[in-house]
Design a protein around this ligand. Structure first.
Ligand SMILES: *Cc1c(COP(=O)(O)O)cnc(C)c1O
Length: 464
């Protein structure tokens, strides 16, 4: 009688013994000796911890555990997911997805040398922001522009340059926290500027600003109301009035737009979002906005405004700390170029394409996916098509929603709870992220682009 020794439960083998087996050697070839040795040590330690010094396990079981350990370690941490949350610009899911032109430009810049700070004609040193400045001036009507890491950095650089050690007047109604990560007062404090709050949360009048202006005042600031809207008995000072008051006292007006869509969204049937051009026209001296919100580009912060103020910001050593690298600059330039031809924008810019996707198109997709979803989860959940509302996200158009359609999954008796269904969908090779509303898991299909890949994963759901 022959016995396969590896199937016998024996005392735990030594690290060397396990490493010497053929399956372990295959793992070593694929992933290197160090990682596999770590895996063997970790797995053996785990067995000893649970079973004590005389623990037993078959070699096969141990090697299987080692293989799983190694797989977990080599799986990328940052990876693609399906954003079916219904929030198009989801900060936690990476906000805007790049336009194809931006992807091509970015990968081109990654692969080789570029004229990042090099003037090809004169062979002199160039200015990295020059690759996007002219485009930004054309699109906003400003005198000058610069770009930094994100909009928080743009606000920081503006305040640090123009108001460090002095006071900035901001309406109490605009002291908002954006997504837990951007607090205007915190950015102000770290920039060295002193925040001077004027007015009340719901009402601010022109004299609230003018009466607070004194020798310590360095600037007035307007912060665009992201992710909330105060309604009812409200009163705020228009940007034109603010700029009149600021300029009467020779102070700059800084307008933090947050989203700052470059063109009027109403052209695509969407609600209007304030544009940088409008802010400039209304008299702002410095306007800041994000590149990866409605603008649909790479993460960056854009500052446009008066040439003299932008030049001072450029000379601030913090500009060097906050500058963009060649990859994002390439993606930003390519994204801005798409705006030169607005007729094509709703196709060429994914953010706009997703925001303007007709509900009927999303509904048709939902019905295409309904039966495959039902088959994958047969009997374990109730699955229907449901009308729902998508959001723009990232603080843009906080109270507006877009009509959309979702696959709705809910529990059947002795089926799976919405939470458990959500967990299963997140466990797929490309995790599917939905949202739960009163015990129903909604998969809003507005942002489902890769339908074939989504469908191909459903087999995994059936076996999960
Ligand atoms: C989003 C936002 C910011 C922060 O921008 P980031 O690009 O996330 O750094 C600042 N101000 C306003 C008004 C915003 O909406």
């Amino acid at each position: 009688m022959t016995v396969n020794a590896s199937l016998l439960s024996t005392r735990l083998p030594s690290v060397d013994r396990l490493l010497g087996t053929i399956p372990a050697q295959v793992l070593v070839e694929q992933h290197g000796r160090q990682l596999v040795t770590d895996a063997v040590r970790a797995v053996l330690a785990q067995y000893r911890k649970v079973q004590g010094a005389n623990g037993t396990a078959t070699q096969e079981v141990l090697l299987n555990e080692c293989s799983k350990w190694v797989k977990a370690k080599v799986t990328p941490s940052l990876r693609p997911v399906f954003n079916l949350t219904g929030t198009v610009l989801h900060t936690n899911l990476g906000r805007a997805i790049y336009a194809e032109a931006a992807i091509a430009a970015a990968t081109g810049a990654m692969r080789g040398a570029v004229n990042l700070e090099y003037d090809i004609e004169s062979a002199d040193r160039g200015e990295r922001d020059s690759h996007v400045e002219e485009l930004l001036l054309r699109l906003t009507g400003a005198e000058a522009a610069l770009v930094v890491n994100n909009n928080a950095a743009a606000v920081y650089l503006a305040l640090n340059t123009l108001a460090a050690g002095r006071e900035v007047l901001v309406s109490r109604g605009e002291l908002v926290e954006i997504g837990g990560s951007f607090r205007v007062p915190d950015i102000m404090t770290s920039s060295g500027a002193k925040l001077r709050e004027v007015g009340t949360t719901n009402r601010t009048h022109p004299h609230d600003y003018s009466s607070e202006i004194g020798p310590a005042t360095a600037a007035m600031m307007k912060v665009h109301a992201s992710n909330y809207e105060i309604r009812g008995f409200t009163c705020s000072v228009t940007e034109e009035e603010m700029s009149r008051i600021a300029h009467e006292h020779s102070l700059p007006l800084i307008n933090d737009l947050g989203c700052g869509m470059l063109l009027g969204l109403e052209a695509w049937g969407l609600p209007h979002e304030r544009t940088p051009r409008e802010a400039i026209d209304a008299g702002a001296d410095v306007v800041t906005f994000s590149g990866d919100k409605l603008m649909g580009g790479p993460q960056c912060g854009i500052v446009v405004g008066k040439a003299e103020l932008i030049a001072r910001m450029r000379r601030n050593p913090m500009k060097r700390v906050l500058r963009l690298d060649k990859v994002r600059l390439a993606a930003l330039e390519a994204t801005l170029r798409l705006y030169i031809h607005p007729d094509c924008l709703s196709q060429s810019l994914p953010t706009l394409r997703l925001l303007t996707r007709p509900a009927s198109d999303i509904e048709a997709q939902a019905y295409r996916l309904l039966n495959p979803m039902r088959n994958a989860l047969s009997g374990r959940a109730d699955i229907t098509v449901m009308a729902c509302a998508s959001q723009v996200g990232s603080g843009a158009l906080p109270v507006e929603t877009l009509p959309s359609f979702a696959i709705a999954l809910s529990k059947v008796s002795d089926g799976i709870s919405a939470d458990a269904l959500a967990r299963r969908l997140r466990a797929l090779p490309i995790p599917v992220i939905g949202r739960i509303r009163s015990d129903v898991l909604l998969l809003d299909l507005r942002c489902l682009v890769e339908e074939t890949i989504f469908l191909s994963q459903l087999a995994d759901l059936a076996t999960a």
